[in-house]
Design a protein. Structure first.
Length: 72
């Protein structure tokens, strides 16, 4: 499963991550950038370390799971 991770820095200087499953692909970097700006400007989310104050990074993360047959 692929996820879009949006990473922000909060008032305490710590990185806060929001994950969105199954992002629209290909990912449009300018749309991601604009969405992150909106989240900050509208103070849409907060964290235990305070408000989100700046963008840190964004990335696509993919997990691959492979089952292994074992005897029970």
């Amino acid at each position: 499963m692929r996820k879009l991770e949006l990473k922000f820095t909060n008032e305490d200087g710590k990185v806060v991550t929001f994950s969105l499953e199954n992002p629209i692909e290909p990912v449009d970097p300018s749309a991601v950038n604009a969405a992150m700006d909106t989240i900050i400007n509208e103070n849409a989310f907060t964290s235990t370390g305070g408000d989100l104050v700046e963008k840190h990074s964004a990335r696509i993360v993919e997990n691959t799971v492979e089952e292994i047959d074992i005897e029970i």
